[in-house]
Design a protein. Structure first.
Length: 623
């Protein structure tokens, strides 16, 4: 038969169950404002009854219950919802980071009119127009020089501002990588604690809340997914790589990249494989620095380099008021001091490459003339080389347009002397140097004989920058050494012109090799550059460059703002849904406490009644 003291045990279990429920509700209330906390619930069930059917039992009316017991204390959490939140969180932080930095980029281009590159360039062209009307005027020359200095200063300022943002982003990348490494270590450490606690049969709810919070913080920095399929080995993945496996974290290390201004590149510490991130704060920062800012810098450098080159092309062939000729109006620093562009690319002390920016053919060409030749030209491109075919019925203009419309990183035009000019563009890949002609080859005779660029056709006569003295393959063509990295930061008005404005060349040389006082043809040519197709690459005129640059920055900034607003709305809905499931409702918890308190009081009363019954049984029977 059942023990006489069974009722006391039932009451004791009830007291313990209600006490645990009250303590859990109090724990919920005290953590109502704790970040990442999930409300907890006590799972209770009936205790094992007496006389299980598979055991011998006394003849009684039925099973005798033994009260209640606490099975577990579990947190209220929707894992599918958590997975979706983690997957979406990196998008929100990605667009938030882009939006903040594009606000800074827009400020660079929204300069006051008096200091903007666009307004100073307009004044520069206006100065040359005024000089063309009065070529003998010293005041007009002073205006050209002063406006040229203002223009170069504004270009330098814009370049330095973009560089400053890139440096700031690089610093943010360093700080973010440290956060990623720290969070992965913390997640791995919490994983170890959770496994040890679960091995003892406990539900480490607070530890699991902390782990989920750390994963969400990590998801803000990089795009991650969570694998919960193995209860003993919680894993976090990013872009196909495991970053946390159970209690083992993987770390990211930073390496200075000589191909990218010395900025850091990322790789996995254990495998030394490049670490690429497409989302989150870190993904946005890497993309901003290596694509957006780099693209803006390359565009500004392209504009500056070609603008200065075209002005110099006219100016060095013109003559100043003091009959000085052969002077460039703008000067830039060459990347290498070697006159043939020879450069030690791998740093072993031996020159092994040729850094040439521009090659000018020796023969004058007529744009509408049919070449009467057939062959295939090969130029360097972002990925290997690209071929451009020409046919006997093609005109010079057709071939030039075909070169410029190709994917090659070498572009062409006819200069003021109608000579064919090949120029290098900015390189798409960071492994290739900017403004370096890397390969020029012609299977026929267009470049080799017709234009006067290559000495010989075929692979044997190809120009390739992967060797020193590559200019030896040129057929006496003029060439210019590649300028220093970021030429927009170094362009300046020629010092000789600054010292003596009479060196400003407004006239073309007359039959006596002198300047006519009333001749302003050179000034007219320079002012006409404003609306000429002088840009290599996608932009054709300088006005096209300014319009395209401002439009791109504005549209990308707008895109970032719109995407951020969209992601904020999505994440707010997801967070609200999770709060409705896992969040602590203080009114609900207080109601539960009152309910559990009444249960506790009833259990205590039950024990009191059992005590009186036992007192009657023990002390009063047989009296």
């Amino acid at each position: 038969m059942a023990s006489s003291f069974a009722g006391i045990e039932i009451g004791k279990r009830s007291l313990m169950a209600h006490s645990t429920q009250i303590e859990t509700a109090g724990h919920n209330i005290s953590n109502a404002g704790t970040e990442g906390y999930s409300r907890q619930r006590v799972q209770v069930s009936t205790f094992e009854p007496l006389y299980r059917p598979d055991l011998e039992r006394a003849q009684v009316a039925g099973q005798i219950g033994q009260g209640t017991t606490v099975e577990s204390i579990s947190r209220v959490r929707d894992e599918l919802l958590d997975t979706r939140i983690v997957a979406q969180m990196n998008e929100e932080s990605y667009w938030d980071t882009r939006s903040k930095y594009y606000s800074m980029i827009e400020q660079i281009y929204n300069e006051p009119d008096e200091i903007s590159v666009r307004s100073n360039m307009d004044k520069f062209w206006q100065g040359w127009q005024e000089l063309s009307l009065d070529p003998s005027s010293t005041a007009a020359r002073e205006a050209v020089v002063t406006r040229g200095q203002s223009l170069t200063n504004s270009i330098k300022q814009q370049s330095k501002s973009l560089t400053a943002i890139a440096v700031q982003i690089n610093g943010d990348i360093d700080a973010t990588v440290q956060q990623v490494n720290n969070l992965s270590r913390q997640i791995a450490a919490v994983n170890g604690e959770i496994v040890r606690s679960q091995a003892m049969g406990d539900n480490p709810n607070d530890l699991m809340d902390r782990r989920d919070l750390l994963v969400e913080k990590l998801a803000q920095l990089i795009n991650v997914t969570v694998d919960r399929s193995d209860p003993d080995e919680f894993m976090v993945h990013t872009d196909g790589q495991i970053i946390v496996q159970g209690s083992l974290p993987r770390q990211i290390e930073e390496v200075a990249d000589v191909n990218n201004h010395g900025y850091v590149s990322l790789r996995w510490q254990d495998t030394q494989i490049a670490a690429d991130f497409k989302g989150g704060t870190l993904g946005a920062l890497m993309e901003l620095r290596d694509k957006d800012i780099r693209s803006q810098m390359q565009s500004l450098n392209t504009m500056t380099l070609n603008f200065a080159d075209m002005v110099n092309d006219v100016h060095r062939n013109a003559v100043g008021k003091n009959n000085t000729t052969g002077l460039d109006f703008f000067t830039e620093h060459p990347f290498v001091e070697n006159t043939n562009g020879n450069y030690d690319r791998d740093g072993d002390g031996v020159e092994d490459a040729s850094y040439i920016f521009r090659i000018t053919g020796t023969n004058a060409l007529r744009p509408q003339e049919q070449v009467g030749l057939e062959g295939t030209m090969t130029f360097s491109s972002a990925n290997g080389n690209v071929t451009v075919a020409y046919h006997p019925s093609d005109t010079i203009e057709d071939i030039v347009n075909r070169i410029n419309d190709s994917d090659g990183e070498v572009k062409a035009y006819l200069d003021r002397n109608s000579n064919l000019v090949l120029k290098a563009t900015a390189a798409e890949s960071m492994s290739n140097p900017d403004f370096v002609i890397r390969h020029v080859e012609d299977s026929g005779m267009f470049l080799a004989g017709y234009a006067g660029i290559l000495r010989q056709s075929g692979a044997a006569g190809a120009y390739d920058f992967n060797r020193a003295d590559a200019v030896a393959s040129l057929a006496g063509a003029q060439f210019a050494v590649t300028p220093v990295m970021n030429p927009s930061e170094y362009v300046t008005v020629n010092v000789q012109i600054q010292r003596d404005v009479q060196n400003v060349a407004a006239s073309l040389v007359n039959s006596q090799g002198m300047a006519d006082p009333a001749d302003g043809r050179a000034a007219v040519e320079i002012s006409a550059i404003r609306n000429s197709k002088v840009m290599v690459g996608t932009q054709r005129t300088l006005d096209d460059y300014f319009a395209d640059t401002i439009t791109q920055v504005g549209l990308k900034g707008e895109q970032a703002e719109n995407q951020l607003a969209s992601q904020n709305a999505i994440m707010n809905d997801l967070r609200d849904l999770r709060d409705s499931i896992s969040g602590v409702n203080i009114d609900e918890e207080l109601a539960d406490i009152i309910k559990f308190q009444h249960g506790y009081d009833a259990a205590a009363k039950f024990i009191s009644v059992q005590s009186e019954m036992l007192d009657t049984l023990i002390n009063r029977l047989g009296v």
